[in-house]
Structures are given as structure tokens and as C-alpha cells.
Design a protein around this ligand. Structure first.
Ligand SMILES: [Zn+2]
Length: 267
């Protein structure tokens, strides 16, 4: 079979035998590929220090015939993103994006949009101009959109009508991950009656998420961003039917958007 060449981002890397590694990469035009990189751990190997996380690579591989492992033939670096490894917040955010990209891609499927989304977010994390949380949350929202799982943020997920907030100084709206997002009062009652979990979320959290998804930048405080992230990660967990490893520590805390909590300082 003819070798293939493509841009690639390393998602996972596992040692294999004494000196080799099995590497999962997301490629621009060929989707998720699992590669055997022979001799990767040998300092004299031509792949040594090539297959680092976060960098953009150009790889050539021989597709596998029967076994699912392709063989890496050659590679070069096209974008080095060392800035990410110099800052713990950016590093943990970047690691989390790789994990989500892995969960969201299937072998044999072209994932060009996901590749572009990941590559852009890694470039932003490397540059360090936007906060790591902003880049992370926007990636998560876009990831949901690409998978057809965008939460309804502005109108009722069930009937498409208006979903007014509760009156008061801290307006909240009905919300159900299982029903697809924001709910008007009648649809919330109906969802509850059919056994769905329905809660409420602060209106400001949904409005901020909608503006971020519309491409607005630097629109909120770090405190509110943490609450938006809390909502988006819980929504993601629900739809992935699993809690990604990189979400566990953050979501080990109680729901930061619970109704009884005071508004955080600075928000
Ligand atoms: Zn409704």
C-alpha cells in the first residue's frame, strides 16, 4: 500500500516493547491513526523527540493491512509549541483538549474540523494571550457543536420558544442536560414528569457561553469563566457518558452553579 502523508497532532503515546511506542495521532485529512514508532525511545532514532505532545507534525506512514497499527516511516516538525509546557494551567488545559479529541474521534472517520479546532486551541495556549480557561471552555463548546450536541442556551431546547428566567436579582433558568439544555417552565415540568433530571442554571452563565460560542473574546471575569466551565464540563460528561480523567479534579467540587451558593467575589 502507498504511504500516506499528513499533518498530525499526538493525542496519546504508550511505550511498546523495549524501545518503541504506539502513538495515537489526529491527522488533518485521515482522522485518527494508531502508529507504531519503532525505536522512538532510542536517542539515535530518527523519531527521537519528534513525537511530542502539542507540536504540529508532518508524518509519513505505511497504512496497516490487517492489524490496526500503521507503521511510521518518517516525520518532521511543522509547528513547535513549547510555550504550553512552561505554564501549568496551559499545560493541563492542553492535556485536557487532547483527551477530549481522543474521546471524540473514531478510527476510519475523517475529523478535519476537530483537527482544526484542536490545532487552533493549541496555538492559542502556546501564545498565552488568552486565559487557559477561556481557550478550554471555547474548545469544549465548539466540540459539542461539532458533535451535534450544543446545549440550547438562548431558547427552550424542547419547544424552541422563549424560556424566560425567574425574576429576581440573580435570574436563573430551567435546564436539563438530558433534554438538551435550557427549558421553558411548561417543558421543564413535562421533562420532570417523564423522569428527567431538571435543575436550574444562572442566566449569566448561559449568556456568557452563548457569547463565547458566537466568537466573542475576553468578555468575562475569571470567576464567571470557572462557573461556565463547570456547567460545560458537566454537560459534556453527561453526553460522553463518561467523566474524562482531566475533568475529575475540577468536578470533584460541588456544582459551582447551585442555587444556594453566593455570587463569587469579583463576578
Ligand atoms: Zn419549551
Amino acid at each position: 500500500m502507498k504511504p500516506l502523508i499528513d499533518h498530525a497532532l499526538v493525542l496519546e503515546r504508550h511505550p511498546y516493547m523495549e524501545t518503541s511506542a504506539v502513538v495515537s495521532v489526529l491527522t488533518r485529512r485521515h482522522g485518527l491513526i494508531r502508529l507504531l514508532a519503532r525505536g522512538l525511545q532510542r536517542p539515535k532514532s530518527r523519531f527521537f523527540a519528534l513525537l511530542d505532545f502539542f507540536d504540529e507534525l508532518e508524518l509519513e506512514w505505511a497504512p496497516a493491512k490487517r492489524s490496526e497499527l500503521a507503521h511510521l516511516k518518517s516525520g518532521s516538525m511543522s509547528v513547535r509549541r513549547r510555550g504550553i509546557t512552561r505554564d501549568l494551567r496551559r499545560y493541563t488545559a492542553a492535556t485536557s483538549l487532547l483527551e477530549l479529541a481522543k474521546l471524540g474521534s473514531r478510527p476510519g472517520q475523517v475529523e478535519t474540523d476537530l483537527f482544526m479546532l484542536l490545532s487552533t486551541a493549541l496555538t492559542e495556549l502556546d501564545a498565552g494571550e488568552l486565559s487557559a480557561d477561556e481557550i478550554r471552555v471555547r474548545f469544549q463548546l465548539e466540540f459539542l457543536r461539532q458533535h451535534g450536541l450544543s446545549p440550547a442556551l438562548e431558547r427552550c431546547a424542547a419547544c424552541g420558544g422563549e424560556a424566560p428566567p425567574t425574576p429576581g436579582s440573580r435570574p436563573r433558568v430551567g435546564f436539563s442536560a438530558g433534554a438538551g439544555g435550557r427549558l421553558c417552565a411548561p417543558c421543564a415540568a413535562e421533562a420532570r414528569a417523564s423522569g428527567r433530571r431538571v435543575g436550574t442554571l444562572p442566566l449569566d452563565v448561559l449568556v456568557t457561553a452563548a457569547r463565547m460560542l458566537a466568537g466573542e473574546s475576553r468578555i468575562t471575569t475569571p470567576e464567571r469563566l470557572v462557573r461556565v466551565r463547570d456547567f460545560v464540563e458537566r454537560f459534556l460528561d453527561y453526553h460522553l457518558e463518561a467523566r474524562p480523567r482531566s475533568h475529575r479534579l475540577f468536578l470533584a467540587e460541588d456544582n459551582r452553579n447551585a442555587p444556594h451558593l453566593p455570587v463569587p467575589m469579583g463576578d
